[in-house]
Design a protein around this ligand. Structure first.
Ligand code: DX5
Ligand code: ZN
Length: 218
């Protein structure tokens, strides 16, 4: 299994000081940054747009893990790829051509990811697993940070890890929502290698110690 990577979610950062918070994250030695994009339709919240990503891109070398929680991702992958997204993850739940969109993400030079909500079965992602760099199994209903971890998702993560091993696939497995040092351990033991943390990371008394705890899990 890949070594663990922490992807702090800037949804939980101070939105009046995003560049400073990103710089602080980068100086800790974090490699990834999780950027939650919300449209107010697929999820009942709004967050950032392509310009925020582009402005942060000019100030950061982090790997931008862009999570599109929007109804029509196929219409927005181009602006986010041009803004500097390194990975663009799209949900399977809305009605659009997922396979075609994953191909387009790769053509635009970003890595493709697929996302399933807590109540979405792994079956919905199976057709795409050989096309993606990463699958994100949401551990909360998307839309807001600071929610509690959904333990039932661990069964889906174990199923994804079995598929990865039995089919010799090498997609990363990411979780997002309610991730702290305790829930991260549960996820790691189920096969997760990529951990999105917003609240637990940005509110941590020692962010460096939090990062080390996550990235030193075996
Ligand atoms: C939900 C968001 C959150 C955020 C992390 O739509 O994707 O999961 O990134 O949330 P917390 O604060 O629970 O780590
Ligand atoms: Zn997210």
């Amino acid at each position: 299994m890949e070594s663990p990577i922490l992807a702090p979610s800037i949804l939980a950062a101070d939105h009046t000081r995003l560049a400073d918070d990103v710089h602080a994250v980068e100086s800790l030695g974090v490699q990834w940054l999780h950027i939650d994009i919300m449209d107010g339709h697929f999820v009942p919240n709004l967050s950032f747009g392509p310009k925020t990503v582009a402005d942060l891109r000019s100030k950061s070398k982090l790997f931008f893990d862009v999570h599109l929680m929007i109804n029509n991702p196929s219409e927005y992958i181009e602006p986010f790829a041009h803004a500097g997204a390194d990975l663009i993850s799209i949900h399977v739940e809305p009605e659009y051509d997922v396979a075609e969109t994953l191909i387009r993400i790769r053509e635009l030079g970003a890595k493709p990811g697929i996302v399933i909500n807590p109540n979405t079965k792994v079956d919905a992602a199976i057709p795409f697993l050989s096309q993606v760099y990463l699958i994100l199994a949401m551990t909360v209903e998307p839309g807001f940070g600071g929610q509690s971890f959904t333990e039932s998702v661990l069964e889906k993560v174990r199923e994804l890890d079995e598929i990865r091993q039995s089919q010799s696939l090498n997609f990363r497995i990411e979780v997002d929502g309610g991730i702290n040092t305790e829930t991260a351990e549960l996820c790691r033991n189920s096969g997760v290698d990529t951990f999105v943390a917003g609240t637990a990371f940005f509110k941590a008394p020692d962010r460096g110690a939090f990062m080390d705890r996550i990235q030193s899990m075996d």
